[in-house]
Design a protein around this ligand. Sequence first.
Ligand code: C2O
Ligand code: CU
Ligand code: CU
Length: 428
Amino acid sequence: SQQPNLFKADVTAAPAETEFVTGKKTTVWAYNGRVPGPLIEVQEGDTVEIRLINKLPQPTTIHWHGLPIPPEQDGNPMDPVLPGKELIYRFTLPEGSAGTYWYHPHPHEYTAEQVFRGLAAPFIVRAKNDPLKDIPERNLMISDLKLTPDGAIAGNDMNDWMNGREGQFVLVNGQYHPVVEVKGTERWRIWNATSARYLNLSLGGRKFTLVGTDGGLLEKPVRDLQTLLLSPAERIEIIVDAAGQEGKVSLFAEPYNRGKMGHVAAEKRIDIAAVNLLAGPSIAIPEVLRKIDDLGEAKAMKKMVFSEAMSMANGRHMMLFLINGKSFDMHRIDFISRLHETELWEIINNADMDHPFHVHGTQFQVVETERNGVRTPAPYRAWKDTVNVRRGETVRIKIRQDFPGLRMLHCHILEHEMLGMMAIQQVK
Ligand code: C2O
Ligand code: CU
Ligand code: CU
């Protein structure tokens, strides 16, 4: 229907028993008993009312990753829902917000743990007029799971804290190495919902077309891709066309060196899912998908330097992950911005590893990246809420916030967020 709707649901966060490895019980933390949690699918213009019921032994929140909604409704760390309590989140999704989002907890100090125990779920906002509406869709939410030999969710070791946690089981929609059958043309939405794993996706040399990023469709399709790097928390929409490339292949994560520290094994190719490409109706992709207006001239500038440092606490070495030399403080305002004013942000990675930068509450536009003094303009205009900043690289973005209040910005390697690589933007 084209009428604005009220979408209402209850989401309970609670421990649940599962069996990922045959014969072994795994206790996950799940939304409504499922990993990933239930898909929320609404349309631009809709109002969403979700009651979070917290049956976890820790405070939690639901953060609506990427959605342009007021900060009070966005599950910030300063707004915890205590164990045994409930909270109703309510917001309306504006015109133009169609895209591929997700929701996950964001309580102070517990985000990383609650996500790796299983709390994350997809959220799709549909356009009123979708130029790709005739193409069948498939959702692939990729997460990973680190289990002990008896099937329990493993704790983090030193390496996980430093490099971010990567589980030995890479899952698609909660399943280990599923089989995907593609007949003709399909539109795939892919989420990187892992804590820290970089997914350099490929179909083993088969070609695909990029049509969308975090905040919805591109202006034009980007054709003939063979690999695409999806850093933690990023999403894409791609078109996979089996016609002319039929056969058995896989969805792979090809090796990508993100500069992990310490003695870590060389990156290997990971076979995420079996993909059978079968003959079927081939549907053409329109040349123009939509118009994305430039965010306009920047009225202010901000500089954010991401760095790493070593500290000694209680005789133990600890890594610190910093923004502008500071560790996160929930009671400190780090940046002040004006409502509705476009700014240019320079995100400088002075660290030894890549960090995926994320900001709440809005979609931004990447202007350019700079490496070794060479500036490369963004190849196309796109809406993003997360962008990888490679080690030694500077990424410049244009950004505007349209609600007053406090916004988080942080590295989306969740262990780095936990260890301090987060800051607060006040919009007024
Ligand atoms: Cu995906 Cu601060 O969040
Ligand atoms: Cu977010
Ligand atoms: Cu990081």
